[in-house]
Structure formats: C-alpha cells, structure tokens
Design a protein around this ligand. Sequence first.
Ligand SMILES: [Zn+2]
Length: 76
Amino acid sequence: MQNGICPKCQAQEVYRMDGNRLYAQEVVSLKGGAISKGDAPHKYLCTNCGYLEYYLPLTEENLEMVKNNWVRVMPE
Ligand SMILES: [Zn+2]
C-alpha cells in the first residue's frame, strides 16, 4: 500500500493522509488511553476499491499502549 499499489485490487490509485491531518473524532476512536494527536496514524486509501489502511508510528509509548489494551491475533 505504501508503494502506491493497492494490495486488494492492485490499482495504482492510492492516496495518503498524514496523521496530523486526522479529525479529532478519529483520534478519540483509536485511543486506548495514550495515542496523542501528534502520533495519530497515517492513512492510505485506494480510490478504486475503497480499501483503507492505517499506520501508527511505532513509538515505545504507542506499542506499550497497544500491547496493554488490544487483543493480539495469534496465527492459526
Ligand atoms: Zn484497491
């Protein structure tokens, strides 16, 4: 996705929005307590199929918050 190609439909119609341009509402919905506005995720959207990806900056603070509050998905 970050290379400009959609992983779902292979279209080269990917647009990026940096984290600091997120709306406050989106920041709140992702908050498990610790994601500040400055650390909001970057977004990539495919305008061909609508697939949306988020990338959270991998700071120590963010990783700790996720590991403490989110459910880890184990490989089957
Ligand atoms: Zn796509």
